[in-house]
Design a protein around this ligand. Structure first.
Ligand SMILES: [Zn+2]
Length: 419
């Protein structure tokens, strides 16, 4: 197995960067990057990706949700699935998603050209609905591939009232064909995604590449505090039931508890609704929503229980009414340990040190994990910035990532995954 020379890595990086830049020109708006699921820009980006796949020697097809699939047939029916998404947030960076697809195409192309395909097939997947920027749902594309698409989601509408079902038809596809997008479990050996880190850990550790240990679990805990409105001038401090003061205490408590986990849990309150919301009225009712994430299922669950109990204590002490619900709860998705090992070995082979880190953001792997083992390789991005036009990864790091992905494919053996 020849390791890559520095100039070969630079050539891969230059090619990847040119492709990233080319895809970034496909946008709904001239001055910022906006590429929504099942939009005309999605169509153009999918066509560009399909053309690259064909040039690379892959056989291209497209499913009912517009996921582009570029295939190298293997011996036997098993396929290693590589990919990411080509939809974007509004005013997006150009690496989040597209680079994973491009890395997959370049890596698969390496084997297609060598005329020496691995003993398993390779599918490169370009999903269209990871960001959830158009419909109030995410991962529709990967859920369809994993066979867990929810038909009731076809009725969900975008801001203009267009339902997902009608958008699929307008894209020239048929919702009735969605079940055919699903892989059989025996076909899918594993799903491996290359993605920019979207956080600062690799850069802080001076490492270009990282092995993801798992995709973080996420819960939303909604707490509604009910006190009593009153005149801000006439009601003595000792006689108040201030809902916002209670909510504020709960927020600071959540921050302290999360800090005490030494990085195992992150907790954020990004939404506060105060009623009546007037300067001269004691707040009568307040809703806050905690976003709580952790890479450890047990820690996550325990943290949520501790926080909820502490919030109950605050509400009792302040004589506030309290309603708590958990409108969102997504479990931790661990990356397969054997895939982690093979990715780490491939990273070492390109001369880098494989840092292990969790993914604090959601990814298509969360859906694909219901189908097969998953793994992710992270690439350093500047200042950890993502979901912003300032997003940047150097061509050298892109080249290292593609070379590491090729090395991973050389090491990958479906039989070692113990399924
Ligand atoms: Zn992404």
């Amino acid at each position: 197995m020849p390791a890559f020379s520095r100039s070969e890595i630079d050539a891969l990086g230059a090619r990847a960067e040119a492709m990233v830049n080319e895809l970034a020109t496909i946008s709904a708006e001239p001055d910022r990057l906006v590429r929504l699921f099942l939009s005309p820009e999605h169509r153009r980006a999918a066509d560009r990706v399909a053309a690259w796949m064909r040039e690379t020697g892959l056989k291209v097809s497209e499913d009912a949700l517009g996921t582009v699939r570029g295939r190298i047939e293997g011996q036997g029916g098993k396929h290693l699935l590589l990919g990411s998404h080509i939809d974007t947030v509004i005013d997006a960076g150009k690496y989040d998603g597209p680079f994973g697809v491009i890395a997959g195409i370049l890596a698969a192309g390496h084997f297609a050209r060598a005329g020496n395909p691995p003993p398993f097939g390779i599918d490169v997947l370009a999903f269209g609905d990871e960001e959830g920027s158009r419909f109030p749902v995410t991962l529709s594309s990967s859920r369809a591939c994993a066979g867990i698409f929810r038909p009731e989601n076809l009725r969900l509408a975008d801001r203009n009232g267009v339902t997902l079902g009608n958008a699929i038809k307008a894209y020239g596809k048929s919702p009735g064909e969605i079940p055919r997008a699903a892989y059989k479990a025996a076909e899918a050996a594993a799903y491996v995604e290359v993605h920019i880190e979207q956080g600062p850990v690799l850069e802080a550790n001076n490492q270009p590449l990282g092995v993801v240990t798992g995709i973080i679990g996420q819960a939303h805990v909604r707490a509604e505090f009910v006190g009593e409105a009153g005149h801000a001038g006439t009601v003595p401090m000792s006689m108040r039931r201030d809902a916002l003061a209670g909510a504020a205490e709960a927020m600071l408590l959540g921050e302290r508890l999360a800090r005490e986990t030494s990085g195992e849990v992150v907790a954020t309150v990004g939404h506060v609704a105060v009623a009546p919301g007037a300067t001269n009225v004691i707040p009568a009712s307040v809703v806050i929503i905690f976003d709580i994430r952790s890479g450890s299922e047990a820690t996550h669950t325990a943290f949520i229980e501790t926080l909820k109990n502490a919030i109950r204590e605050i509400a009792d002490r302040r004589h506030l009414g309290l309603t708590m619900t958990t409108p969102r709860q997504v479990g931790v998705v661990p990356c397969h340990p054997v895939i982690q090992e093979q990715l780490a070995a491939a990273i070492r082979a390109v001369g880098a040190e494989p840092l292990r880190l969790g993914s604090g953001a959601g990814h298509d792997g969360q859906a694909m994990a219901t189908l097969c083992p998953v793994g992710m390789l992270f690439v350093r991005c500047r200042a950890g910035i993502s979901h912003s036009p300032l997003e940047y990864a150097s061509p050298r790091d892109l080249g290292l990532a593609v070379a590491a992905l090729i090395g991973f494919i050389e090491r990958f053996d479906p039989e070692k995954l113990g399924r």
